[in-house]
Design a protein around this ligand. Structure first.
Ligand code: CDP
Length: 217
């Protein structure tokens, strides 16, 4: 099975890239951030998000996580993302979710000729022997604008839009810092990853660049 690992910062374009690659090559795809977001969302719903024992509560939820129940639409809020990033610093939770990701790959080996996982530690931890590793990044301003577009909000006043953009820049900056600085599985490019900056290229150009690398090899 061909393995493709895609890591990178928030809203860098990694998710769109992963989806397009999965479609082109007919590979199975897993957005691993959704697992962390789902656990965070359950903590919020069960009002355990302010508990002192976040690692315990998130581990209980993670053990019972059902992949099929995860719906992306419910999990996109910044509140969920912030808590996802916080619980992602806990070793026990990561251990449980890592196992689930590896099981997912194993289960799909017979059905698909390739798999694509995107997240923060795919190239370094989950698929260390991946055939292709990509690390996607872009400037914080461009990433915040992309995230704002995804949210599809219509603003009455320009100043409200600017305010929302500033909020997103702060939220994403804080989250990137937490992801990069954590001691366990920090967000860093694998030594053998292709590092691509998407500040000045759009999703189609990124897709072309990456498929060229894959198809050449
Ligand atoms: O979509 P976006 O890039 O904003 O975030 P995400 O991929 O949904 O991930 C949400 C949070 O989960 C990240 O900020 C990380 O803290 C955590 N995460 C992780 O630690 N490891 C992964 N493999 C995937 C996500």
């Amino acid at each position: 099975m061909i393995e493709i690992a895609i890591d990178g910062t928030a809203a860098s374009g990694k998710g769109t890239l992963a989806r397009k690659l999965a479609e082109k090559y007919n590979f199975i795809y897993l957005d691993t951030g959704l697992l962390y977001r789902k656990v965070a969302n359950e903590l919020i719903i069960k009002k355990k998000n302010i508990s002192n024992d976040l690692e315990y509560h998130s581990s209980v939820i993670a053990r019972n996580l059902n992949f099929l129940e995860i719906k992306k639409e419910d999990l996109r809020s910044e509140e969920t993302a912030k808590l996802a990033s916080l619980i992602a610093t806990h070793p026990k939770l990561r251990e449980i979710l890592n196992l689930k990701q590896k099981e997912f790959v194993e289960e799909n080996k017979k059905k698909f000729s390739g798999c694509i996982l995107d997240g923060r530690d795919i190239g370094t931890k989950i698929l260390p022997n991946a055939n292709f590793k990509f690390f996607i990044d872009a400037s914080i301003e461009v990433r915040a604008k992309r995230r704002l577009l995804e949210k599809n909000i219509s603003f009455l006043h320009e100043k409200d839009e600017k305010c929302m953009l500033q909020f997103l820049i702060k939220q994403m900056n804080d989250r990137d810092k937490l992801d990069i600085k954590r001691s366990i599985s920090p967000l860093v490019p694998a030594d053998d990853a292709y590092v691509i900056d998407t500040t000045f290229i759009d999703a189609d150009e990124l897709f072309l660049k990456v498929t060229k690398i894959i198809d050449e090899i």
